[in-house]
Ligand binder design. Structure first.
Ligand code: IMP
Ligand code: MG
Length: 180
């Protein structure tokens, strides 16, 4: 796909590899929750494509909901401030919740969300993340189901954006900004 001038894209994870890994993660979830229902909560907007593919590969009674938190805006760096912009539609009390994230970076978003969701008394609470950048961690959080561990690069595609663009790329790509 074409990038804007001054923005360069390089494929990091191809669509076929993503598809294969998403299926493996879904199979793991299916095994772990055999005979039970799972409730997937997608963190908008980045996780929406991962969640859509993931839930269709899970062979269990499933339901979905979404939560939106404040994002980085146009910047590539986290402000460290997290705020709920759109809350869940329904209660999670007694449910096996899987929080679905696009990427674990500093861990600030995740640690905040885990605190909020834990207070609502789910039966269990796990984290699925397509990508993990452990080298950037500021809070000691980890994913229970991680698609790919990646180096400290800014990535876009498969739901991840830069200033709201590139979410529709089928591959995960590294974005670099080049002076014109
Ligand atoms: P954290 O709170 O720093 O862990 O950041 C989590 C959120 O930051 C993710 O859900 C993404 O929306 C965004 N983010 C972090 N790293 C990247 C990246 O490389 N590309 C695009 N968005 C990112
Ligand atoms: Mg996100």
């Amino acid at each position: 796909m074409a990038s804007r001038s001054g923005e360069k894209l390089k494929v990091l994870i191809r669509r076929a590899a993503i598809q294969k890994r998403v299926r493996e993660v879904a199979q793991q979830i299916t095994r772990d929750f055999k005979g039970e229902r799972v409730h997937l909560i997608g963190v908008l907007k980045g996780a929406c494509i991962f969640l859509s593919d993931l839930v269709r590969e899970i062979n269990l009674e499933s339901s979905i909901d979404f939560i939106a938190v404040s994002s980085y805006g146009k910047n590539k760096e986290s402000s460290g401030q997290v705020r709920v912009l759109k809350d869940l539609d329904s209660s999670i009390e007694g449910l096996n919740v899987i929080l679905v994230e696009d990427i674990l970076d500093t861990g600030l978003t995740l640690s905040y969300l885990l605190r909020v969701l834990e207070q609502r008394k789910p039966k269990s609470l796990r984290v699925a993340a397509l990508l993990d950048k452990p080298s950037r961690r500021l809070k000691p959080v980890k994913g229970d189901y991680v698609g790919f561990t990646i180096p400290n690069e800014f990535v876009v595609g498969y739901g991840l954006d830069y200033a709201e663009r590139y979410r529709n790329l089928k591959d995960v790509c590294v974005l670099t900004l080049t002076p014109d």
